[in-house]
Design a protein around this ligand. Structure first.
Ligand SMILES: Cc1cc2nc3c(=O)[nH]c(=O)nc-3n(C[C@H](O)[C@H](O)[C@H](O)COP(=O)(O)O)c2cc1C
Length: 319
């Protein structure tokens, strides 16, 4: 998720769950091919498995970008066919690609041919006045024909005119049934569902009903502990992740290394702290934790001791 699932966020999420698949923010293929690839592709090895999400619609450029992702160590490269923002529409990628399944198939085939990482797709059920019952099976058949074996379906349409990106995540109705029917039509395609899942229990129900995966976006960001700490246990029958306070303590080396790093993006506490703000959501002292960090993490001199102070402020309230 743009501006949210950056490498700091993913590093912390991985501490909570070893098994869940994490995704980068969308990186556009022009930005990657012509821009600062080292910065855009940067991740910590402990984040694995982590998938690189690409935005684009030029097969040659996407193939090159996928190759760069694979070279950097990403085991999966995901093509975004779901983002409705204006900026993305003007570049002819994201959700508008639901209208061009043949081009998407061409892009996927080129990406698959160019490099060894698995190529996956994230899509909507349709856009604008398209009939999802018609276009979604056709879209899936096309990408399967191109060699894609895994897809994530955001189970609502996107309206490319008239709704903001934010509204496009809530306003169009969710149609989970259609996604379940796609699993029936494409039994060999690994289908993950996305949209509106805000508890692990709900995710488990969807898996038990036959879907292969569940992608959780906003809830995992806002309530990382509730979604991720028990994910390995509930979904894979493995051990629970650590308590949030232990996650904070396990972040210490990472944070101190980040603070000492003077290259681009380093040296500032706030970017690392931002995804940590929700760690204690719903738990005693959560508000104090969030408030203390929001008020202090951007100040000059902020560092690990700021986090210790936030923990202390939280514990005082909780006691
Ligand atoms: C701040 C923000 C940024 C997002 N950026 C992306 C993105 O880069 N790529 C993408 O495929 N979806 C992106 N999304 C959409 C989410 O991945 C997801 O499809 C949507 O929020 C619905 O799932 P949820 O109800 O679990 O949040 C973003 C959502 C938010 C809130």
């Amino acid at each position: 998720m743009m501006d949210w699932t950056d490498r700091h966020c993913r590093y912390m999420h991985r501490l909570l769950s070893r098994r869940t698949l994490l995704y980068t923010e969308m990186v556009t293929s022009p930005a990657l091919v012509r821009g600062d690839a080292r910065h855009l592709l940067r991740f910590d090895p402990s984040e694995q498995p982590v998938a690189l999400q690409l935005g684009g619609s030029d097969p040659v450029e996407l193939a090159k970008a996928a190759q760069m992702g694979a070279d950097a160590g990403y085991p999966e490269v995901n093509l975004n066919c779901g983002c409705p923002s204006d900026r993305v529409q003007s570049g002819a990628f994201g959700a508008v690609l639901m209208k061009q399944p043949a081009l998407v198939a061409e892009c996927c085939a080129a990406m698959i041919a160019a490099q060894p990482a698995e190529v996956t797709v994230k899509c909507r059920i349709g856009v604008d006045d398209q009939d999802p019952e018609e276009v979604l099976p056709e879209f899936l058949a096309r990408i399967v024909g191109a060699g894609v074996t895994r897809v994530t379906i955001h189970a609502r349409k996107a309206w490319l005119q008239g709704l903001s990106p934010k509204e496009n995540r809530d306003v169009p109705l969710l149609d989970y049934d259609l996604v379940h029917r796609m699993k029936g039509l494409f039994p060999n395609l690994h289908i993950s569902i996305n949209g509106g899942v805000s508890t692990l229990e709900h995710a488990k129900e969807l898996l038990d009903a036959g879907l292969d995966g569940v992608m959780i976006g906003r809830a995992a960001y806002h309530n990382p502990t509730d979604i991720l700490q028990a994910a390995d246990a509930v979904v894979w029958g493995e051990d629970m992740g650590p308590e949030p306070v232990d996650v904070v303590l396990q972040m210490r080396d990472y944070i101190e290394a980040h603070m000492a790093d003077t290259t681009r993006g380093g040296g500032k506490l706030m970017p690392v702290v931002k995804p940590m703000l929700g760690l204690f959501a719903g738990r005693p002292g959560a508000r104090q934790w969030r408030r203390y960090l929001s008020e202090n993490a951007h100040l000059g001199g902020a560092g690990w001791s700021t986090i210790e102070d936030a923990l202390a402020a939280m514990e005082r309230t909780a006691a």
